[in-house]
Design a protein around this ligand. Structure first.
Ligand SMILES: NC(=O)c1ccc[n+]([C@@H]2O[C@H](COP(=O)([O-])OP(=O)(O)OC[C@H]3O[C@@H](n4cnc5c(N)ncnc54)[C@H](OP(=O)(O)O)[C@@H]3O)[C@@H](O)[C@H]2O)c1
Length: 388
């Protein structure tokens, strides 16, 4: 089978290297703006003209590993409309245009596969889709951002401050120069959209999912929670409740005995709950050149071998998003107890002018609205849901 790779960066190179070890996969074209050191031998198959890929009838599968939304979306749509299967690790593009991309693939009778968009090298989405073929998924949840987990885990072990550990994560190449999508939770949000849509045959959009990141966390939060037996993690959550999907992203104080609390460094853990299969968790490296490259090539091999996956579509779209009225108790830390925060608080203690509070049972949306209100007023607070 002939394939093309669009974007020859970390994942594109990883996919190329793994493809070399796979049976009957031939990389015929690579879309790149410039050559890459160590790959001078590929100069005859590198092009910077997308038409060289779209017009080539011998190319069956195109890997889109450029990242970003445009021109990736336009190129992917062109490939699908030209009758080519597409494999992509690009969660931003997929989450923002899920319905358009999956519908275009269906209309053209081709596959759009994206196992590596959530969990990187972990076969999470593949197994979620596989489980769903003969089961009803009721919940998906987990740690899906390795950068945030690395920062939180190091803060927990070393007592270090957030800014210091973020800088180290950047030096190690875990966090981007602009880390906002990781620490503000939007990377986790994209993975929640994709995971929930697969789990529940839904067409959720990013705006349906309240999201609060870890950008306001401080060393004092980690140490306060640690003293109470909790470890803070950033979690995606999505569940079926009262015939609706409730999905949200937020920091969670996990009991130190829980699976999530024991996920170290930049690893991920992602869990599904199925009515028949029960609870299953998937653990490992959620990113990296070769793990993600392998996940991409596994999708290519499944297409070659004719394994079909059913995606959500308008006609079988059973569930829609409901308001996040799930009730939780929250840890809240702020420098002042304004009326709005006080209305949520059950008990609190004050230390050195800082208020450490435990909330009454409040809904996810109430808590997020209050957190966002404080951010808008340039008086950010930190909160974390208490895991039962
Ligand atoms: N890295 C991971 O471990 C990982 C894991 C899971 C998912 N992903 C996803 O995979 C995607 C790619 O990530 P990455 O880490 O591989 O990024 P990357 O290292 O920045 O690679 C992207 C490559 O695409 C090229 N590119 C961008 N626009 C292009 C265009 N218009 N024409 C030709 N080439 C173009 C870039 O070329 P220039 O050098 O010329 O800019 C770069 O070489 C992203 O969506 C990311 O979220 C990554």
């Amino acid at each position: 089978m002939n394939i093309a790779i669009m974007g020859f960066g970390t994942v594109g190179t990883g996919a190329y290297e793994v493809a070399k070890t796979a049976y009957d996969i031939n990389v015929k074209r690579i879309l790149a703006r410039h050559g890459r050191e160590g790959y001078e031998n590929l100069k005859d198959i590198i092009t910077n003209d997308i038409e060289d890929i779209i017009r080539d009838k011998d190319i069956d599968v195109v890997i889109e590993s450029m990242g970003g939304i445009e021109p990736a979306r336009t190129y992917v749509l062109a490939c699908l409309n030209a009758g080519k299967h597409v494999v992509t690790p690009n969660k931003n593009m997929l989450s923002a245009h899920f319905e358009e991309l999956t519908e275009t693939a269906a209309q053209n009778g081709v596959e759009l596969r994206f196992t590596s968009t959530a969990g990187g090298g972990i076969p999470w989405l593949f197994n979620l889709m596989r489980t769903k073929r003969c089961d009803t998924i009721t919940e998906v949840r987990g740690i899906v951002n390795g950068t945030c987990n690395y920062i939180l885990d190091s803060m927990y072990d070393k007592g270090a401050d957030f800014a210091e550990m973020l800088k180290i994560a950047q030096d190690l190449g875990y966090a981007e120069a602009d880390p906002s999508s990781d620490i503000e939770g939007t990377d986790t949000l994209c993975k929640t959209v994709i995971s929930a849509n697969i789990a529940f045959d839904a067409l959720l959009k990013e705006k349906d999912i309240p999201c609060y990141g870890i950008d306001t966390i401080e060393a004092k939060d980690i140490s306060y929670l640690k003293n109470k037996g909790y470890t803070c993690k950033l979690l995606m959550n999505a569940k079926l409740s009262d015939g609706k999907i409730k999905a949200w992203v937020e920091p969670v104080a996990c009991p130190s005995t829980s699976l999530e609390a024991n996920v170290k460094a930049n690893n991920n853990i992602i869990t599904l709950v199925g009515e028949s299969i029960g609870t299953q968790s998937f653990y490992g490296q959620g990113a990296g050149m070769l793990p993600t490259g392998e996940s991409v090539i596994q999708d290519v091999i499944d297409i070659r071998d004719g394994t079909k996956m059913r995606y959500p579509a308008k006609q079988n779209n059973k569930y829609t998003a409901g308001e996040c009225d799930e009730v939780r108790r929250y840890y809240i830390r702020h420098n002042k107890l304004c009326e709005r925060i006080m209305s949520l608080v059950d008990t609190y203690e004050e230390k050195d002018g800082v208020f450490y509070c435990m909330s009454k049972p409040v809904t996810v949306i109430q808590m997020h609205n209050t957190g966002n209100h404080c951010k808008e007023k340039a008086s950010p607070m930190f909160f974390a849901a208490i895991m039962d």
